[in-house]
Design a protein around this ligand. Sequence first.
Ligand SMILES: Nc1ncnc2c1ncn2[C@@H]1O[C@H](COP(=O)(O)OP(=O)(O)OP(=O)(O)O)[C@@H](O)[C@H]1O
Ligand SMILES: [Mg+2]
Length: 242
Amino acid sequence: MGFAYPGAERAALRDVSFWLAPGETLAIVGASGAGKSTIVRPLLRSYDPSAGRTLLDGHDLRDLDPRSPRDAIAVVLQESLIVSGTVRDNIRLGRLDATDEEIVAAVAAADAHRFIQALPDGYDTTLRQGGAGLSGGQRQRLAIARAPVRDAPILLLDEPTTGLDAASAERVMGPLRHLMAGRVTIVISHSLLTVREATEIIVLDEGRIVERGSHDELLALGGTYARLYRLHHPEFPRSVVA
Ligand SMILES: Nc1ncnc2c1ncn2[C@@H]1O[C@H](COP(=O)(O)OP(=O)(O)OP(=O)(O)O)[C@@H](O)[C@H]1O
Ligand SMILES: [Mg+2]
């Protein structure tokens, strides 16, 4: 797939391809601006690819009802979207007919129970568009809670732990990993938290795939991924990845 934003001089993605089956996870890593978030946009049909295609169960997304890929996908994006309405309404955006029990379970998985309880009206507190009055990490936990409620076969996680401290990130990653089982997952992560276990990792640089493989393969390669990994894990023996 190739992709250029409308009016952009340079392509944001060139020759990017991948294929995923249920139960598999693709991890995308790379520097800021490399094109990681751009990869998920054709899947959500925010934009169509400029070259190539995106297939869902063998069907070109362009031939499907524009709503159908969105129905199949649960997203936790880098910029979590809070709409005006109550806390409960915001989580129910994941699936409009979700029961209160499902919402409470999802909130617990997203480590959001305690701060919601502390809001003036708990689950019935009215939030403003954009989520003013909540911290970045609180907005992110509401967005994370929508994913289990949605229960979709495809999970897109773009920096799902943005704005969370290390302990909260670890608490939400457990339930997210659980949610990934049996689904197609694409995870974009700087923190390399979930990346290790991915079926395939692709390293993007200026819109191109510069390395791809499993964690062990990429460490053995001793390139960009190995350098990134060593940055995050200084205790990792240099000789193995140098
Ligand atoms: N809506 C847009 N219109 C035009 N250009 C865009 C748009 N969104 C992103 N870009 C450009 O596309 C390139 C890739 O951006 P992208 O958001 O995919 O990066 P990223 O790898 O997700 O970075 P980060 O780690 O900071 O989230 C960048 O050069 C960026 O400026
Ligand atoms: Mg991004």
